[in-house]
Design a protein around this ligand. Structure first.
Ligand code: ADE
Ligand code: ZN
Ligand code: ZN
Length: 283
């Protein structure tokens, strides 16, 4: 093979394979973190500012996809992005479902949220035994992931990763439609391909039409409440993501227009709850 062919292949692999099967895409995570940051209390904002790496320049959104970038380097972390539940049951139970493919308990996105919350509670105790910068980046990412309905999906199809679909004229898998395609299509169609405009719109909705609900989204009698989010997630997966879809389904306007509001709501809930959780930790 000629060098230029190798380069083209390497470039194609980069383009094709960088969008992940491990969470919302980059924009989904950017949106949850950008929604969360202005809602932080002063004490929380100070702690976050201390913990963020210098290159983040105090912008949580800029590092919200870090956990996806390290998923190969930190192979152990890959099971922490999702929960697999029994096929078609449409329910979630921590004890039954929060384990990895080898059956090791607590290795799922809800377990990871509890773990990194606990680590971050040691902030201010002097010499913490943990890397609290990584804990903050993991927690901010995983609270986003648990709000992606197919990150709490069925076991046999790996949260829709093995369900082939056409998104309009493009071949993809159902999981990717929910990580990336719905958000991307909404940005193109309604927001001039500008993610900041989508963020502004959600921000406004949170303080107006969703203001009452947003109060309820924050409620949590412990420091972190991932089990409630996972239960909502598998219900949304059954009611919206999987509904009417099978292998080789063609998904277009009917699906996009009815599911886009669900994605908007989950992104908003993720942002509000990330802020509320950080405020409970550092408050
Ligand atoms: N791998 C297995 N199940 C998964 C899920 N629900 N989401 C992402 N990756 C997975
Ligand atoms: Zn992820
Ligand atoms: Zn994903």
């Amino acid at each position: 093979m000629e060098l230029y062919q190798v380069q083209i292949l390497a470039f194609a692999a980069l383009i094709c394979c960088t969008s992940s099967a491990y969470g919302w895409g980059v924009d989904g995570h950017l949106i949850t973190c950008r929604l969360a940051q202005p809602r932080l209390s002063k004490a929380t904002a100070d702690a976050v500012s201390q913990l963020l790496p210098a290159y983040a320049d105090d912008d949580l959104g800029s590092v919200c996809s870090w956990a996806d970038q390290v998923r190969f380097r930190y192979r152990w972390s890959s099971a922490l992005h999702y929960i697999d539940t029994p096929d078609n049951l449409c329910s979630y139970l921590y004890k039954r479902d929060c384990k990895d493919e080898d059956g090791i308990q607590d290795r799922c996105v809800a377990g990871a949220i509890y773990n990194y919350t606990n680590q971050l509670l040691s902030y201010g105790n002097g010499n913490s035994q943990y890397n609290l910068t990584e804990a903050l980046l993991f927690l901010s990412h995983f609270i986003g992931d648990i709000h992606q309905p197919l990150h709490v999906g069925f076991t046999s199809d790996k949260g829709g990763n093995t369900i082939d679909v056409d998104w309009y004229t493009t071949k993809t898998v159902l999981h990717h439609v929910w990580d990336v395609s719905i958000i991307e299509t909404a940005e193109e169609r309604f927001y001039d391909s500008n993610v900041d405009e989508l963020i502004n719109k959600l921000q406004t909705n949170i303080t107006t039409v969703w203001a009452n609900q947003a109060k309820a989204w924050e409620a949590c009698s412990k420091t972190a409440c991932p089990d409630a989010y996972a239960t909502e997630g598998i219900k949304a997966a059954c009611d919206w993501a999987y509904k009417g879809v099978s292998n080789s389904s063609v998904l277009e306007d009917d699906y996009f227009l009815s599911r886009y509001p669900v994605v908007n709501m989950r992104l908003a809930q993720g942002g509000v709850r990330l802020a509320a959780t950080l405020n409970r930790i550092f408050g």
